[in-house]
Design a binder for this molecule. Structure first.
Ligand SMILES: [Zn+2]
Length: 291
C-alpha cells in the first residue's frame, strides 16, 4: 500500500516505535528494502536523496517504480524526498507522485528556515503530501561536522519551528552525523535534549545518520520519542560487502547473478534495523485485508 509518512509516523508516535527510512536510488535497492519490510511486517519509508535524483534517477523515473512496488506489497510504503534543498525539485517530486518530502532549509537562520519550510508545507498540503522539517545541524551532508554543542537542536527553537511551520515530523540534531564514523567510534547522544524537544513539541521526531549509531543509542532514542530513523550508509555498505564477497569467490561472476545476490543479501541489514527500531509487526496490513 502506497501512503504518506503522516499517519505512519503518528501511529509510531502513539505506540512508541520508529519507522525505518532507508536510502534507495533504483529498482534493486527499493525492492530489497520493501521485501525486508514485508518479511518483518513493518511499515517502511523509501528515502531518495537529492543528489541521487540529480545524478541517477529523477522523480519521473523512480516514482512509478516505487509506487508499483508499494501497491504490490503487503505493508505500507512511503516515498520520501530526503534532504530536499531545491524547492523546484521538491515541487516536481510532489507533482510526480512522491507521498512525502523532507525540506532541508537548515542552512538558513531560524526565520529563513521557517519561511521556506512553511511555504513547502502549504504547497504539499494541496496534494496530501506529508512534510518533515529539519532544525539544527545534522552534520555531514550540510558540509559541516556536528562536534560543537551549538549545532545541536535548541528545544525552544524546535517548539517555535513546529508551531509556525505545521510540519508533520521534525528532524533533530542530538549527536549523530551523516556518513560513516571512523572505525570504532560510537557517537554520544544528548538524551536530555531529546526528552525536552519531545515534551515541548509532541510530534514525531526523526533521527538522521542512524548508521553506526550503536544499538544502545538507537533503542534509547526510540524509547524517548524518535519515530523515524534514517539509514543510508549501513545499507549501502551491506550492498558493497555482498559484491566484494561474490567477486572474491568468483571474479568471473556474471553481472546478473552479482546484482541479484546483492539484492537478496542486503535485505538482512534492513531487517536488523526494523527490529531494532521496534517497527516489526507494526504494519496495519490494510492492503491484505482489502484484497
Ligand atoms: Zn539526513
Amino acid at each position: 500500500m502506497y501512503v504518506s509518512m503522516k499517519e505512519m509516523l503518528q501511529k509510531a508516535n502513539k505506540e512508541n516505535y520508529a519507522v525505518m527510512a532507508i536510502n534507495c536510488f533504483n529498482l534493486e535497492t527499493a525492492r530489497a528494502v520493501i521485501k525486508a519490510a514485508e518479511l518483518e511486517e513493518a511499515p517502511i519509508i523509501i528515502n531518495i536523496f537529492q543528489e541521487h535524483f540529480e545524478k541517477h534517477s529523477d522523480s519521473e523515473l523512480i516514482t512509478p517504480i516505487v509506487k508499483r512496488l508499494a501497491e504490490r506489497a503487503s505493508i505500507e510504503v512511503a516515498l520520501n524526498f530526503d534532504h530536499g534543498q531545491d524547492t523546484n525539485l521538491l515541487k516536481k517530486a510532489i507533482q510526480d507522485g512522491f507521498s512525502s518530502i523532507m525540506v532541508d532549509a537548515s542552512r538558513f537562520d531560524l526565520d529563513g528556515n521557517i519561511k521556506v519550510t512553511r511555504e513547502m508545507v502549504e504547497y504539499a498540503s494541496q496534494y496530501g503530501v506529508s512534510v518533515e522539517g529539519e532544525i539544527g545541524c545534522l552534520g555531514g551532508s550540510e558540509g559541516r561536522m556536528f562536534t560543537k554543542d551549538s549545532m545541536y537542536t535548541n528545544p525552544l527553537e524546535a517548539k517555535r519551528f513546529v508551531e509556525e511551520t505545521g510540519v508533520d515530523a521534525l528532524a533533530i540534531s542530538i549527536g549523530t552525523s551523516h556518513g560513516n564514523y571512523p572505525e570504532g567510534m560510537v557517537p554520544e547522544f544528548d538524551f536530555e535534549r531529546l526528552k525536552e524537544i519531545k515534551s515541548l513539541t509532541g510530534i514525531p521526531l526523526v533521527l538522521h545518520g542512524g548508521s553506526g549509531s550503536g544499538e544502545y543509542n538507537i533503542k534509547k532514542s526510540v524509547e524517548l520519542g524518535i519515530n523515524k530513523i534514517n539509514v543510508g550508509c549501513d545499507f549501502f555498505n551491506a550492498c558493497t560487502a555482498s559484491i566484494k564477497e561474490q567477486l572474491k569467490e568468483n571474479s568471473d561472476i556474471n553481472f546478473f547473478t552479482l546484482m541479484h545476490q546483492m539484492e537478496e543479501e542486503s535485505i538482512e541489514k534492513v531487517r536488523y534495523y526494523i527490529r531494532l527500531s521496534k517497527s516489526n509487526q507494526k504494519s496495519t496490513k490494510l492492503a491484505v485485508l482489502n484484497h
